[in-house]
Design a protein around this ligand. Structure first.
Ligand SMILES: [Zn+2]
Length: 306
């Protein structure tokens, strides 16, 4: 009997070993110059990431540099991100335009404009590109054209598998802070971490069903006040769940990222859905995603108020 128990325990531990939980953290819309200015020209998010000592890929909108009058300081901020050992840079276009709403020529120009400062600082082009809004254009033909352009310029396209609407949580979080409602702000921060963890567990199960294993995930979030204050808590909870933190390059080594993308339109959902050929199955999967109802209600209220 004892022998059997030991054998089962060995099997369980082996299957845990065979199912590593790995994620690459990626941060979009860098640099957030408003938060940088408010924090006396420090990027506390970057400082916390360095303390956590995890690799991150950042996706830069160089237009952000000119969002306020402190251009010189903002360039120094970008430089600080780019020279950090833990950071891999990516271009996110200059002005965060939606490829589906512009012409091929303007989008190409925006990509070229978006690599200027980064290339000057790094003395080489950033290796990655992420589409603003994860919009790949209006159809597969427009996607193919821009993909070809990106490849020629040496870019690797960066998809993602998990995001948790951190931008919406952040809007509520900033609003609570503005109203000096620290308790409410803390509630929103904790809600963000819980919802994100729920999504991770949801996608683990989904991947188990689809591929018979957990894949190397790519988490997408933004350079904002919410992540400055709550990304460390999220990283801690992910670590407790057995996640280790890998680079974007290591994540993309997972063969799953070579799957055919059956959806190449303007909507910015997870690549796990895009790799599903059957539209009905895809829609059913998307409907099964955990939703934070109160987030949507509160966010809508906030939008209506403004
Ligand atoms: Zn973005």
């Amino acid at each position: 009997m004892m022998k059997h128990v030991v054998y089962i325990l060995i099997l369980i531990s082996q299957s845990c070993l065979a199912q590593p939980r790995q994620v690459a953290v990626t941060i979009d819309d860098v640099p957030n110059v408003n938060v940088f200015q408010r924090d006396n020209f420090r990027s506390i998010l970057l400082e916390r990431i360095e303390e956590l000592n995890i690799p991150v890929a950042i996706f830069i909108n160089e237009k952000n540099i000119y969002n306020n009058a402190f251009v010189k300081e903002n360039i120094a901020c970008l430089e600080r991100w780019l020279t950090s050992n833990t950071v891999t840079p990516g271009n996110h276009s200059f002005s965060h335009i939606n490829y589906a709403d512009t012409t091929l020529e303007s989008f190409q120009q925006d990509i070229i404009k978006g690599e200027k400062l980064t290339t000057q600082i790094m003395r080489r082009r950033p290796p990655y590109f992420r589409f603003p809004f994860n919009s790949l254009g209006n159809d597969s033909a427009s996607y193919a054209v821009i993909q070809n352009f990106l490849t020629i310029r040496g870019y690797i396209h960066a998809p993602f598998t998990i995001e948790s609407e951190d931008w919406a949580f952040n809007a509520l979080y900033e609003d609570a802070l503005q109203n000096q409602d620290v308790g409410r702000a803390r509630e929103i921060g904790q809600q963000y971490v819980i919802h994100t963890m729920n999504l991770f567990h949801h996608f683990e199960t989904l991947c188990e069903n689809l591929y018979g294993r957990n894949i190397r995930h790519i988490y997408l979030c933004h350079d904002n006040q919410l992540n400055t204050d709550y990304l460390p808590a999220l990283i801690k909870d992910l670590g407790k769940s057995g996640y280790s933190f890998i680079s974007l390059e290591q994540a993309l080594d997972d063969i799953v990222y070579q799957s055919t993308e059956f959806y190449t339109g303007r909507y910015g959902f997870s690549w796990i859905y895009r790799w599903e050929k059957d539209q009905d199955k895809r829609k059913a999967m998307m409907r099964g995603e955990p939703v934070d109802e109160s987030l949507h209600i509160e966010y809508q209220k906030l939008v209506n108020k403004k």
